[in-house]
Design a protein around this ligand. Structure first.
Ligand code: MTE
Length: 334
């Protein structure tokens, strides 16, 4: 089968085929080749998104059990985005979250997922493993607001105010052992809410990872809020990680488990298609994705196309992390 595909920015969002969806088609063909043939209806459901369950119109709708409000948080002026904020509604209704389905409009399915109670287990090579309630962490660390740019590997981006705490604060509590080298982030699996988990050909749970040094970098952040409100599930509520100098897929959502390890984690996308989505995935406009250019990005909301910057413009904070490595190697940018 030959797949005719146009790049996302050549057609309106509503008609665009997300690049990850193209991957789905390949996976479908692989599954079919392996004899796991799906019915036509199931294929259509898979390729073009599941049923939305209908009805919801408010992307900020909260489950009654969830946190109604976030504690006050001051905006940290150290992180200047140099861009206007993305429209709030676009940021909470245009999402990638495969646990809920493979199209951008999963928000009205995702908002049904209760985000309280919610704990995060931190274990592996640490002196003080533990299981922490999200509200306990909020009380313990306090919150700040940071406006970061998020650059998706699909060449769109958004600029949003996250409320949360620096990931290093959590690492300071659990105290990684000297021989630990990596941190692995696992997204929760909530089959009642996450209908995408039924797509059993994906390597659930969603796993992402980074080095200890990257996790300890001041930019690595754990948001619990967005636009001053509790982080909605479609954006990774009740909490997620963000690494603003890396492509967005490195920022795992709705994290339930963190493992500190000496083994390099193999991430969800790396497992599916390692030649396109690697471990480092640092933003570099000069290293094209195998199937499209990364030179520019489309701002969600306005649709304006702007140049992409090395390390997504965060080189002053993170370039030193890679100083000893050969920066020309393609691996660092995939
Ligand atoms: N985390 C999980 N668990 N599942 C996902 O499908 N998608 C990633 C990332 N984190 C994803 C995920 C991708 S590809 C991007 S671009 C960002 O989340 C999108 O975050 P946003 O929806 O808040 O913009």
């Amino acid at each position: 089968m030959r797949i005719i595909r146009r790049r996302g920015w050549e057609i309106p969002d509503g008609q665009a085929t997300p690049e990850h969806l193209v991957l789905n088609r390949r996976a479908l063909m692989a599954a079919a080749g392996a004899g796991a043939m799906l019915s036509t209806e199931a294929q259509a459901q898979w390729l073009f998104g599941g049923s939305r369950g209908g009805g919801a119109t408010d992307p900020w709708a909260r489950n009654p059990a969830d946190l109604a409000d976030l504690p006050q948080a001051m905006r940290n002026p150290r992180y200047q985005p140099g861009r206007a904020l993305s429209p709030e509604r676009d940021a909470v209704t245009y999402n990638n979250f495969y646990e809920f389905g493979s199209d951008k409009g999963i928000w009205n399915q995702a908002i049904r997922m209760p985000t309280r109670p919610w704990t995060i287990k931190v274990e592996g090579m640490v002196e003080q493993p533990g299981e922490f309630g999200v509200d306990d962490l909020i009380r313990r660390f306090g919150l700040e607001e940071r406006v970061y740019r998020l650059r998706c590997v699909e060449a769109w981006s958004m600029t949003v105010p996250w409320t949360g705490f620096q990931l290093s604060k959590l690492l300071d509590v659990v105290r990684p052992q000297g021989s630990a080298r990596f941190v692995r982030f696992e997204t929760a699996q909530r089959p009642d809410a996450m209908v995408g988990l039924r797509q059993s050909w994906y390597p659930w749970p969603h796993v992402e990872g980074c080095t200890i040094e990257e996790a300890a970098n001041e930019l690595a952040f754990m948001p619990v809020g967005l636009f001053g409100k509790p982080l909605p599930p479609q954006n990774g509520g009740p909490f997620r990680v963000v690494f603003p100098w890396k492509y967005g897929f490195k920022s795992g959502k709705s994290v339930a488990r963190i493992v500190v390890t000496d083994q390099r984690p193999k991430s969800f996308w790396e497992t599916l298609q390692g030649n396109e989505y690697g471990f480092w995935a640092n933003v570099n406009p000069e290293v094209a994705h195998p199937r499209w250019s990364q030179a520019t990005e489309r701002l969600i909301g306005s649709g304006e196309r702007v140049p992409t910057r090395l390390f997504n413009g965060y080189g002053d904070f993170v370039a030193n992390l890679y100083a000893g490595m050969n920066l020309s190697q393609r691996d660092l940018w995939m």
